[in-house]
Design a protein around this ligand. Sequence first.
Ligand SMILES: CC(C)(COP(=O)(O)OP(=O)(O)OC[C@H]1O[C@@H](n2cnc3c(N)ncnc32)[C@H](O)[C@@H]1OP(=O)(O)O)[C@@H](O)C(=O)NCCC(=O)NCCS
Length: 220
Amino acid sequence: MEKVVIFGASGHAKVTIDILEKSGKYEIIGLLDSNKNIGPDVLGFKIWGGTDVVPELLKKFPGLKFFIAIGDNWRRSKIAQELLKIEPNIQFINAIHPSAILGKNVSLGRGIMIMAGAIINADSVIGDFTIINTKASVGHESTIMEYSSVAPNSTLGGNVTVGRYSAISISATILNGGSVGEHTVIGAGALLTKDADSFSVYYGVPAKFIRPRELGEKYL
Ligand SMILES: CC(C)(COP(=O)(O)OP(=O)(O)OC[C@H]1O[C@@H](n2cnc3c(N)ncnc32)[C@H](O)[C@@H]1OP(=O)(O)O)[C@@H](O)C(=O)NCCC(=O)NCCS
């Protein structure tokens, strides 16, 4: 089994632990989190420290793989950049729940999380460090760009594009062919019938532009 360390120690990390254990492919050696004290255990796994202990861990466990379990898109990207700066050849695994369904010719990047019951239909492209959350559905030939996220129970029709760092919130729906720009949030329960611009918040049924959004603004 390949050894992996998980960056993050919150609820998202707990879901990651569950997925990796169920996949039966990885041995989790512990967690990393710069904001939490070393120990106590999270679901039985030790927190080793923050990014500062990465060089030491790579020495101790040659070939160690990494997974970033941080739900916030911007924060996840910051940690990915930090880790790549420490070790440019660092290897990130994907965490894919065994109940997720991936269609023919789905292309996957790295550092991706696909949770229980998610369905990704044929010929879709799932970019690096994205999250396809519980019971989300991604239609055929869709493109989910890096560091974006698709929340639980959200539904994307065919040929949908979600731009980098954008978040499709819980139970939102995007009609087929819809396009969402970068750093945009489509709010919970929204029905997006038209394309959404970058750096914006949209919600409602049908979804309307609500307000502009700043780089890295909190949304969870
Ligand atoms: C869009 C979002 C980020 C909040 O945007 P916001 O502009 O900061 O909204 P606020 O919380 O300040 O609320 C402002 C108003 O908008 C309403 N509102 C907020 N989100 C809404 C939504 N998705 N649909 C309809 N109305 C919404 C609020 O009820 C509030 O109404 P009020 O002024 O009458 O009280 C948030 O509502 C949302 O959808 N978050 C995503 C949650 C999620 O999916 N989490 C995933 C977990 S995995």
